[in-house]
Design a protein around this ligand. Structure first.
Ligand SMILES: *[C@@H]1O[C@H](CO)[C@@H](O)[C@H](O)[C@H]1NC(C)=O
Ligand SMILES: *[C@@H]1O[C@H](CO)[C@@H](O)[C@H](O)[C@H]1NC(C)=O
Ligand SMILES: [Zn+2]
Length: 326
C-alpha cells in the first residue's frame, strides 16, 4: 500500500518538473524571462501576423450581415461520462472530450466554415489588482475570459487540425463581476480547491449543461469574428475566433477563488499564485474584425464606447433579430 501511494505521488511529479524547467513558455507573472514577449524565440509562429488575442476596436468593425445565430448543439444537455478539471500549470481546464461525453457538443452556422466539436474549456484571469481577459474591448481589459475550444469535425486530432487554417474554432466570453454569485459556476469554483497545484486534476461529480456557463441564449447573437491563433505556444494560426459581446456574470468571491486558489508550477520552494495568465493583445496587421448581424457595432453596450451614426440599412439589420427571449 505504501509503495502504491508513492507511485501515485511520483506519477504527478514529472509533469510539474517539466513545466518548470528551462525552454518552456510562461507568463510574466511566473517569470519574465519566458513570458509572452519571448514566445517567438521558442516558436516562430508566435511572431506571425495572425496572432491572438487582439484588441476589438468597435469603431473599426466591419458589419457582416451573414453572421447570424450560431447553432449550439448538445450545449443544453448534461452528457454522460465524466468531466475532468485540471490545473495544467497555465490555466484551469475542463476536458469535454472523453469518448462518451464529447461527440454531441457542437457548434455550426453563424458563418463558421463547418461544424466544430467541443474539446475543452479554460479561463484567463488577472490578479487582485487587475483585470485579466485576453481580448480587449476598445482598449479595455475585462476581469476574466472563458475560451471553449472546438475542433473541426473533419479532423480527428489536434495535430491534424493544426495543419488547416479553419482547423479550430474558439468561443470567447468576457466576464463581468457581480455582487451575487453565479451558481452555475459552483461546480467549477468548488473544484478549484482540489487542483491548487500544477498537475493536479479532479473528476467532477457530474457533468452539467454547458449552456449554463454562457450568457442568456437570447444574447448570443451579438459577437465579433476574426481569423487568429491559439493564445499560447505553439500559437498555431488555425483558429476561427468568435468573441461574444454579452459578458457572463460571476460573483466577486468566485472570481477571487480563481485568482487566489491556484498556483503555477513551483520553481524551487516558492509557491507562486496563478495570476495574470493572459497574453496581451497582438497586432491586427491587415486582418479585419467582423461584427455579427446583431452585434452593437459601436457604443450602446454595457462597456461604453463611442457613438457612430448608423445607416438605415444597418439599423434594419440591428432591429431585425429582436425577439422575445424564450
Ligand atoms: C476592469 O473591468 C471592469 C468591468 O467589469 C471595468 O469597469 C474596469 O474599468 C476594468 N479595469 C481596468 C483597469 O480596465
Ligand atoms: C475536494 O477536496 C475536498 C477537501 O477540500 C474533499 O472533501 C473533496 O472530496 C474533494 N473532491 C473530490 C472530487 O476529490
Ligand atoms: Zn485561452
Amino acid at each position: 500500500m505504501g509503495t502504491q501511494g508513492l507511485g501515485i505521488t511520483f506519477l504527478t511529479l514529472p509533469l510539474v518538473v517539466r513545466a518548470a524547467a528551462g525552454g518552456q513558455w510562461c507568463y510574466d507573472s511566473q517569470d519574465p524571462k519566458c513570458g509572452p514577449s519571448h514566445w517567438k524565440e521558442l516558436k516562430a509562429t508566435c511572431g506571425g501576423d495572425k496572432q491572438s488575442p487582439v484588441n476589438i476596436d468597435r469603431r473599426r468593425l466591419q458589419r457582416d450581415a451573414g453572421l447570424g445565430d450560431i447553432l449550439f448543439e448538445g450545449y443544453d444537455q448534461a452528457p454522460p461520462g465524466k468531466w475532468r478539471l485540471a490545473n495544467d500549470g497555465h490555466t484551469v481546464m475542463l476536458s469535454l472530450a472523453s469518448e462518451l461525453a464529447s461527440e454531441h457538443i457542437t457548434i455550426s452556422g453563424g458563418g463558421l466554415p463547418g461544424r466544430y466539436r467541443a474539446l475543452q474549456l479554460h479561463f484567463h484571469w488577472g490578479s487582485p489588482a487587475g483585470n485579466g481577459s485576453e481580448h480587449t474591448l476598445d482598449g479595455h481589459q475585462l476581469p476574466m475570459e472563458l475560451h471553449i475550444v472546438h475542433i473541426n469535425v473533419k479532423y480527428r486530432t489536434l495535430a491534424e487540425a493544426k495543419g488547416h487554417p479553419n482547423g479550430l474554432a474558439v468561443l470567447g466570453f468576457f466576464f463581468q463581476v457581480s455582487e451575487t454569485p453565479n451558481t452555475n459556476y459552483n461546480t467549477i469554483v468548488a473544484g478549484l480547491r482540489n487542483i491548487s497545484h500544477a498537475g493536479y486534476s479532479v473528476d467532477l461529480a457530474s457533468t452539467f449543461r454547458l449552456s449554463t456557463l454562457l450568457p442568456h441564449t437570447g444574447r448570443l447573437a451579438g459577437y465579433y469574428r476574426y481569423q487568429g491563433s491559439l493564445t499560447t505556444p505553439d500559437c498555431s494560426e488555425v483558429v476561427v475566433w468568435t468573441v461574444f459581446e454579452e459578458p457572463v456574470e460571476i460573483g466577486r468571491e468566485q472570481l477571487r477563488a480563481f485568482v487566489s486558489t491556484l498556483h503555477f508550477p513551483a520553481t524551487g520552494s516558492t509557491l507562486l499564485k496563478m495570476t495574470n495568465n493572459f497574453r496581451p493583445p497582438q497586432p491586427l496587421h491587415n486582418r479585419k474584425i467582423f461584427a455579427s448581424r446583431a452585434a452593437t457595432a459601436s457604443g450602446g453596450s454595457p462597456h461604453g464606447g463611442h457613438h457612430q451614426l448608423l445607416s438605415p440599412l444597418l439599423l434594419l439589420a440591428l432591429l431585425g433579430p429582436f425577439s422575445p427571449n424564450p
